[in-house]
Design a protein around this ligand. Structure first.
Ligand code: NDP
Ligand code: PYR
Ligand code: MG
Length: 763
């Protein structure tokens, strides 16, 4: 749990550029021509096109991806009516969340106007700027009128987030919490504390899901809303109870199954929670202070299913899990509204996602091993990268089906890929690897079946359809671990090499290896002993064709694996060395780096082999290599030691491959900036070319370069290590590889195996 102090929060907002968001140009602006296009005279042309065809605003301006977060500051979080400008940090915060989770740009607009008519007029006048309007923190009952009117008068999606964003996510939470405790929504007794924007809308949606009005008791600041109370607003009347035995919260929650708080902090006591029915659901959603703290609720009884609106506790129910994705889906089909169908589609998509296996990135973000559906995880986490694909696609589909979309989407896979790319989660390369592997799945042996990362990766690779996994290891221990991690091993073979059911297999492998290495002094007995080691055994499976690829390295040191690979598999003809490459899949492009793991102090000949292998591997990924041989010196400026070796390797490569785009030695900045390079070294063979391959002078520099990128949490995805130069698809992992890393390597191994098979068939 994170402890946020006032000082830290103020410093966060103040430091650097004050506030949290900024506007950035999206078109070039460095030359006179750029400026003439961006502004006068060029800008007149799109203006006139839009005048003729208003929908062209989506084509020529930022409208289609721009949402206004508009508030008058009358119900800012649970802080109350603090005024328009005081609410600005919250509205900027919404802007930040829209951007990072939905890729949507936001102007936050604080309107100093409490009169609903005048407020609406202001919004209506600025609406042409935007593709959608997110109303925020406007108090009840005015918010109901405001939203209804703007929905009627505007032809873009308008949503009051505190009403519907909250309703969608809390309804998904309620649906799942009821699945956890096995209760029926039509029978549960629900107490809603609060009768404002959020509470009314949430309760309406619970009823749409099956909750019964007669089972609901709602309270406002004056206590239980009974039907005999005077001066009730229209919205409160909808939920006024005919019961006369309850007046206070304490009385209302007695025996209740569900408490939903959308009111203010610290109004629910531990005794009240204790008085509720078995396995009570407590959603204490007031912000920033919930109706009861997470700690207090959990200490009151062990069976409580607890949520708050805060990100620092489990089961966060907060509209952030809804609004970025709801607007994303609505904007992408130019929807004219956000309707009930779209809201229900979002509820179901969010609820279903919590039941799917959780990706590593989410476990890592919360520093846990294994989030699984249950009492402390029944709502997806806001950082879950699948929210954008699942929720936005469901919303967009519902908009199309319910007739409010003005454009359509036909290829949903492509749409989802586009969403992933937009957020930089997935770029084409990774997608291409998975798609290719999926078309040609192979039998992949995972050496360390008992390692949780490898076990999860094997299961995920099977789920992705990219391979038929074979796990090496003790079957009982693997099955026990799978049970603990809630993994299904259907379709995955386990080979316990100590008790292999193919009785003669170890012996058979030993004979083959001994025969192959007899001239290196190998005896059958030595080879037989080695077959008790997973790397020997697994590589022999590939060597004999009983499997297609092998993944190892989570437990084993490279030096050991390298030795075994050389003995069992051997280096490709025409090479004396092998190496590894890491791929940096960044917003700047895809870069290939070698040798990142194997050759510690390469001399000229080793560097030549690494450069040749790199060229071959880059072509394997369907790209033409453009290789910079890296050093701390440029084109001979340093003439001794490592730069001289690199220089000699470049000369050898250029002589041997006159058409290959390779040059050096050069520093990394010259490699990656061709303008800089061309200006200073116009003679280079790489003139005018964007380098895509970096061959480093030694292991320390290559290894540190990719690890530095990883440690800096850059946007780049790092794929690898990718083995280059062995006779068969034997691939290695890092000790610290994540599940995703291992699955990525598996995809590469599968393609590697498939390509080798094609080559063998041709020969
Ligand atoms: N987790 C989430 O995603 C979200 C949380 N919220 C939180 O919900 C709360 C309400 O927000 P919102 O609906 O927008 O605000 P509103 O101002 O529209 O509504 C507040 C409601 O709370 C009632 N209330 C105030 N004090 C009490 C009390 N002691 N007991 C019972 N009811 C009380 C008010 O009663 P009366 O009608 O008598 O004035 C009113 O009905 C805030 O704390 C907000 O942060 C809101 C949206 C999303
Ligand atoms: C989360 C939110 O919108 C609120 O508390 O007002
Ligand atoms: Mg709000």
């Amino acid at each position: 749990m994170v402890n946020i102090t006032k000082e830290a929060a103020l410093a966060y907002h103040k430091n650097g550029k004050p506030g949290k968001i900024e506007v950035k140009p999206t078109k070039p602006y460095s030359t006179q021509t750029d400026l003439s296009l961006a502004y006068s005279p060029g800008v007149a042309f799109p203006c006139l096109e839009i005048q003729k065809t208003p929908d062209d605003a989506y084509k020529y301006t930022a409208k289609g991806n721009l949402v206004a977060v508009i508030s008058n500051g009358t119900a800012v979080l649970g802080l109350g009516d603090i005024g328009a400008m005081s609410g600005k940090p919250v509205m900027e915060g919404k802007g930040l969340l829209f951007k990072i989770y939905g890729g949507i740009d936001v102007f936050d607009i604080e309107v100093d106007e409490k009169d609903p008519e005048k407020f609406c007029e202001a919004v209506e006048k600025i609406a042409p700027t935007f593709g959608g309007i997110n109303l925020e923190d406007i108090k009840a009952p005015e918010c109901f009128y405001i939203e209804e009117r703007l929905k009627r008068t505007l032809d873009i999606p308008v949503m009051h987030d505190d009403q519907h964003g909250t309703a969608i996510i809390s309804a998904a939470g309620l649906k799942n919490a009821l699945e956890v405790n096995g209760k029926d929504i039509s029978k549960v007794k629900i107490v809603v504390n609060g009768a404002g924007a959020a509470a009314i809308s949430c309760t309406k949606l619970y009823m749409a899901l099956g909750a019964k009005r007669e089972n609901i008791v709602m309270l406002d600041s004056k206590g239980v809303i009974t039907s005999d109370r005077e001066n009730l607003t229209e919205q409160k009347k909808l939920f006024a109870t005919d019961r006369r035995d309850v007046h206070t919260l304490e009385e209302a929650v007695k025996g209740a199954d569900v408490f939903v708080g959308l009111s203010k902090g610290n109004v629910l006591t531990q005794d009240m929670v204790r008085s509720m029915a078995d396995q009570p659901i407590v959603f204490a959603l007031a912000n920033p202070v919930p109706e009861i703290s997470y700690e207090e609720a959990m200490a009151s009884r062990p069976d409580v299913l607890m949520s708050t609106g805060r990100s620092d506790y489990p089961n966060q129910i907060n509209n952030v899990i809804g609004f970025p994705y709801i607007f994303r889906g609505a904007l992408d089909v130019h929807a004219s509204a956000i309707n009930e169908e779209m809201k229900l589609a979002a509820v179901n998509a969010i609820a279903n996602l919590a039941k799917q296996p959780v990706p590593d990135v989410v476990n890592d973000a919360y520093q846990v091993n294994n989030l699984t559906f249950g009492p402390s995880y029944f709502i997806p986490k806001p950082v879950d990268p699948r929210l954008i694909t699942e929720v936005s696609a469901a919303v967009a589909k519902a908009a199309i089906e319910s007739g409010v979309a003005r454009t359509t989407i036909t290829d949903w896979d492509e749409y989802k890929n586009h969403l992933r790319e937009m957020l930089g989660q997935e770029t084409k390369l990774t997608q291409k690897l998975y798609d290719t592997a999926r078309k040609h799945p192979q039998r992949v042996v995972f050496a360390e079946g008992i390692h949780p990362t490898m076990l999860k990766a094997a299961v995920q690779a099977r789920n992705e359809g990219i391979c038929q996994p074979i796990l090496l290891g003790n079957d009982e221990r693997i099955m026990k671990l799978a049970k603990e991690l809630d993994l299904n091993l259907d379709g995955i073979e386990i080979v316990n090499l100590r008790h292999d059911n193919q009785n003669d297999r170890r012996e058979r492998y030993a004979r083959i290896l001994a025969e192959k290495r007899k001239r290196q002094g190998y005896t059958f007995q030595e080879a037989n002993d080695k077959m008790f080691e997973r790397n020997y055994f697994g590589m022999m499976m590939v060597e004999t064709g009983e499997a297609d690829a092998f993944i190892t390295g989570l437990y084993t040191k490279y030096s050991n694996t390298i030795k075994v690979a050389k003995e069992v598999i051997g280096i490709q003809p025409g090479y004396n060395h092998f190496g590894t490459m890491h791929i940096i899949n960044s917003k700047k492009g895809v870069f290939y780096m070698a040798d990142t793991l194997i050759n510690r102090h390469p001399d000229k000949d080793v560097l030549v082999d690494i450069a040749r292998l790199s060229a071959m591997t880059v072509r394997f990924f369907n790209e033409e290599p453009r290789i910079a041989m890296i050093s701390y010196s440029n084109f001979g400026s340093d003439e001794i030691g490592s730069p001289a070796q690199v220089h000699a390797a470049v000369e050898a490569m250029q002589t041997r491959y006159p058409d290959l785009a390779i040059d050096g030695e050069m520093q990394v900045n010259f490699a990656l900036d061709n303008k800089l390079r061309d200006a200073k070294y116009p003679f280079s063979r790489l003139k005018g070319k964007d380098v895509n391959t970096l061959v480093f002078p030694n292991l320390s520099s290559a290894n540190n370069a990719y690890k530095l990128l990883r440690a800096m949490n850059s946007d780049a995805e790092i794929i690898g290590p990718i083995q280059m130069g062995l006779n068969k698809p034997i691939h290695f992992t890092d000790f610290e590889c994540s599940v995703r890393d291992v699955v990525n390597i598996t995809a590469v191994a599968v393609i590697d195996a498939y390509v080798q098979k094609i080559k063998e068939n041709r020969q």
